[in-house]
Design a protein around this ligand. Sequence first.
Ligand SMILES: *Cc1c(COP(=O)(O)O)cnc(C)c1O
Length: 395
Amino acid sequence: MSIYDQFHVRTIINAKGPSTRLSGGFLDPEVSAAMAEAATYCVDMAELQAGASKVIAEATGAEAGIVTSGAAAGLLLGTAACIAGLDPVKMGRLPDTRGMNREVIMVRSQRNFYDHAVRTTGARLVEVGLPDRYAGAGVRDAEAWEIAEEIGDQTAAVFYVAGGNSQPPLSEVSNVAHASGIPVVVDAAGQLPPASNLKRFIAEGADMVAFSGGKAIGGPQGSGILAGKRDLIMSALLQHLDLDIYWEQWDPPPSLIDKHRLIGAPQHGIGRPCKVGKETVIGLLVALRKFIAESDEDRSRRFKGLIQRLQAALTGADHARIQVTGGAVPKLELHLAKEAPRTAMELCVALERGNPSVHPDPSRVRNGIIVFSPWCMRDDDPERIAAAVKPLLRY
Ligand SMILES: *Cc1c(COP(=O)(O)O)cnc(C)c1O
C-alpha cells in the first residue's frame, strides 16, 4: 500500500531510468526528509538561491548557479539571459525579441525536442553543419569554423548539447564563440555520472551549463541546476524570481544580484512559469551533496548489485539470452530468440500493461532487445521483474 492507493493510481516498476514520463527516480530518505522539513518554514527566495549558488559554484567550478525546475527550464532561463542581459526593458519584452540579438546557433545534429525550451524565449535557432555521419553517407559533422562563420551581429548565443558523440568538441566551440564575445550555453542534462562532469563543461569553456536534478543527482523530479558566469546567472535569476516588490523595499543578496547595476527592477520575467519551490531547492542541494559524496565506483557497484540479482532471478528464462553491459551504469539486456512467443516490442508492451506494471528501456526493441536499467529500481524490484518476465517468455 502507498499514498498513491488513496488516489487510485498504480505504482510501477521503473526499469527504464529517470524518464520524466515515468516520474523520474525516487528520493533517498535523507533528501525527502530535508524537503519535508524545508516545507515547514518560509524563507526569502532570492536569499535561498544565493545560498544555493555557493553550493553549485563549488560543485561545478562556475562563478554562480541557481536551482531551476529542471534542465529544460535552465535552458530557457539561460537563453533568456543571453538575449536580455541585465536590461529590464528587454526582460519585460521577451518573448518578443524584435530589435534584440536573438539568433542562437546550434549544430544541426544536436537538434532535439528540448530545444523548445530555447525557442520559448523568442530566440531563433540557426542550424549549422551537415551530419553526414548519421545519414551513413559520410564521416563528418559540423566543424568549429562553420560555427565561427555563422556568428554575426544578431547572434545571442551558441547552444551545445553535450553527449558522448557530440561534435565538434566543446572546447573548440567555446574558442570560436568567445573570439566573437558570444556565450556558450551547454545542455548537460544527462551527462552524470561521472561526477567529474559537474566541472567538465565549465572547464571546457561553457558560459552556462544546465544539469537535470531529477536524473543522476537524485534530486526532486522537477529540479535542475543552471551554473555559469555571474552576470548571466544574475539575469537568469532576475527573469525567474517573483519581483512584485517596490524598488526601495527590494534588498536582493549582493553576492548574486547587484541591484546597483540595474536601471530598475524588472517585472516577473519569461522564466516565471519555471517556478521552483523552496523544498525543491533544498531537496536538490541535499541530493547534490550526497551525489558528490558517493564515489562513482560505489555508485556503479550499487547498480551492479541490482543487475546481478536480476540476472540471477532471470536464470532459466526461455527463448532469450542475457547479456550484462559494463560501464558506470551497468544494464541487463534480454536478447529475444527468433522462436520466442513474443517479439521484443510485444514483450515490452505486455510488461508495461501487466500487474505489476514493469517499464523496461524500449530503445532497442526494434532490434529484438529489451534493456533493464538499475537507475530507478527499488530494492525488491529485480526479483519482481524476473517474476513478470519469465511467464511471458513461455509458450
Ligand atoms: C533529460 C534531458 C533534458 C531535460 O531535463 P529536465 O531536468 O527533465 O528538464 C534536457 N536535455 C537533455 C539532453 C536531456 O537528456
